[in-house]
Ligand binder design. Sequence first.
Ligand SMILES: C[S@@+](CC[C@H](N)C(=O)[O-])C[C@H]1O[C@@H](n2cnc3c(N)ncnc32)[C@H](O)[C@@H]1O
Length: 291
Amino acid sequence: MAITPSSLNQSISEIELLSCPICYEPLSRKGPPGLIMQSICRSSFKCKKCYKSYSTKHNYLDLTVTAGMKKYVEVKSVGTELFRRWFMSFIYEKGYRQFFKRYGFPGPDEEFKMAQNYFKPAEDGVIVDVSCGSGLFAMRFAKSGTYSGVVALDFSENMLLQCYDYIKRDPVPLATDLVLLRADVSRLPFASCSVDAIHAGAALHCWPSPSNAIAEITRVLRSGGIFVGTTFLRSSLSRTFWIFKPLNERVLPSGNYSTEEEIEDLCTSCGLINYSSKIEKSFIIFSAQKP
Ligand SMILES: C[S@@+](CC[C@H](N)C(=O)[O-])C[C@H]1O[C@@H](n2cnc3c(N)ncnc32)[C@H](O)[C@@H]1O
């Protein structure tokens, strides 16, 4: 049986994509319909099961478990907290990201082309750019006109604000509207089997638990849906010579750096199939599919 993107069967406004990050039940919505930022900003959302309310803050919808909490403050791991800083969101595209070239990252334009090749079976569907940062790939997906819906998701409030600022200033119009969501990759606010494609650029090593994240990505992908990620590989030295392992871990204290074998194991152990990858120095782009 041919697998078709969810949007071919249903228009985007009909799809109940967004769900409560606590109980994964669909959210009831008061306001205009559609996966469009303007209408999402004019809507209020409530979980049909636990009745928790979710609302928009400065042009992004906050769908974290901690949304609306008044006293409780949670501090996440370094890979998450670092990117919540205003300074990091400000310098990210202006300099920090360019530094990745040294490690084999070919640069956003080429990485976008590589990802688009993997995403061919998901064309016309809904794509979520998980850990989108300031939106360098989400904006390219939205400009491409390849998808019926584009969601830019990140845990960092400042990255989402920076992303919104870039959208406003960009003279090239978006072919598809971009929806900004604040969420934790370990608790994705989407219904199970609802998303056609998930992209996660330079993110796996920043996540507090890559295994929880990939389990979540697998849960929300529809059958036939595609996951494409890029990350830095752990130094091959530590793989070959055990003596380098502690050194390697000390040099890279803030990240969950994996080997190629570990990434493939993560994907396949979570039930994804058709794993493939390309490597250049420490850069890896990998793809896997939900059966
Ligand atoms: C190195 S940046 C990558 C940004 C962009 N995707 C790129 O390719 O350049 C890593 C991103 O992961 C996000 N991140 C870290 N922990 C996260 C979490 N628990 N849930 C969602 N995003 C997270 C950070 O906020 C940051 O924007």
